[in-house]
Design a binder for this molecule. Structure first.
Ligand SMILES: *Cc1c(COP(=O)(O)O)cnc(C)c1O
Length: 351
């Protein structure tokens, strides 16, 4: 119950143990195509260019940036946590003209301020994190989409995909990436990525990364045209296919509702224990809760006891909040009321 990786769905683990097919085997190609269709469903998009990029969520971030930003291109990045900062780092490595718009950690971004900055700078792209896992804050991507003007909009959906309704096409998102080990309930190792035709047309002709060059990586065309670029991570794609199957069998809306119910029960329970949540109620994520460590409690000692006595992992804060907050995840297969109940009673006893 940390900030990821979550406990994967049993279906995703079972799929890892299946025989390994060749990456051009027709059966594998049909699993690959079906995985892309399932990803379109959870992303809420009809984008042709929708693929699982090899690597963890950060690989999706890197692929998105190196394929859109040429040296000198202007990008406005909304920053209210660690992953917004990571985006700035990546954009600098692309030699882009980076304009960070900073907001206090633990509070959401203001889409109006970000979009005005983008308008004034004539930015090629606006980038923001949908669910900031470092703070537990939800950012309003739809409002950014409504105000993006001529800029492309990139959204980090690593902690929202599979745990919240994503409606990228309606929101006006041009590029988005996710990760498998947060709310999708699959082991770490792939980064689902999607982009609109508008983003595709403005992509970098020859990105500085060979591995993440979306123009040659394959998977943006029907599978008949898929040629060898790299060896596809067969077992991980089978696992993602199965994890998405579990989510869609449950029903995406039911799965999202389960994350919401567990998050709410956890947050109510923590308040009931006399603890203080970091984020205001209206800005809180259900799948990642940040709670203040009470005065006089050794944050690390409590986390070690939780792990050794109860087998429950929760996360520490990042940066100056490392021993001031805990980060508790209700993600994927771990988002169950029985886990919430066990954690709350364990916390009650240890505190
Ligand atoms: C976890 C996370 C990432 C990075 O993903 P990795 O799988 O750790 O590479 C990026 N953005 C957000 C919002 C995340 O939660």
């Amino acid at each position: 119950m940390g900030p990821g990786p979550c406990t994967p769905y049993p279906e995703a683990m079972e799929a890892l143990g299946r025989p390994i097919m060749g990456h051009l085997d027709p059966e594998f190609l049909s699993i690959f195509d079906e995985t892309r269709d399932r990803l379109r469903t959870v992303f809420g998009t009809a984008n042709r260019v929708t693929i699982p990029v090899p690597g963890t969520g950060s690989a999706g971030m890197e692929a998105a940036f190196v394929n859109i930003l040429n040296p000198g291109d202007t990008v406005v990045i909304a920053v209210n946590g660690m992953f917004g900062e990571r985006m700035c780092d990546l954009a600098h490595r692309c030699d882009a003209n980076v304009i960070p718009v900073n907001f206090e950690w633990g509070t959401p971004i203001d889409p109006a301020v970000v979009s005005i900055a983008a308008y004034e700078a004539g930015a090629k792209m606006i980038a923001a994190v949908h669910a900031e896992t470092s703070t537990g804050v939800l950012n309003d991507i739809a409002a950014l989409g409504a105000a993006k003007g001529d800029s492309l909009l990139l959204a980090d959906c690593v902690t929202s995909i599979g745990g919240m309704v994503l409606d990228l096409d309606a929101w006006g998102v041009d590029i988005a990436y996710g990760g498998t080990q947060k709310c999708l309930g699959v082991p770490p190792g792939l980064a689902p990525l999607t982009m609109t035709e508008a983003a595709w047309e403005q992509r970098v002709v020859k990105p500085r990364s060979w591995y993440f060059d979306l123009g040659v990586i394959g998977g943006h065309t029907p599978h008949a045209a898929l040629a060898y670029h790299h060896t596809a991570p067969i077992a991980m794609i089978a696992s993602l296919h199965a994890g998405l199957g579990a989510v869609l069998d449950e029903g995406l809306d039911n799965c999202v509702a389960r994350h919401a119910t567990c998050g709410r029960a956890l947050q109510d329970g923590l308040i009931g224990l006399g603890l203080e949540l970091w984020v205001k109620e209206e800005d809180r994520l259900a799948q990642l809760t940040t709670v203040r460590v009470p005065d006089g409690v050794d944050s690390g000692a409590l986390r070690r006891e939780l792990l050794s006595r109860y087998g429950i992992e929760i996360g520490a804060g990042v940066k100056e909040w490392s021993s001031k907050i805990w980060r508790i995840g209700c993600m994927g297969h771990a988002a169950r009321l029985r886990n919430v109940a066990l954690l709350l009673s364990a916390l009650d006893e240890l505190l």
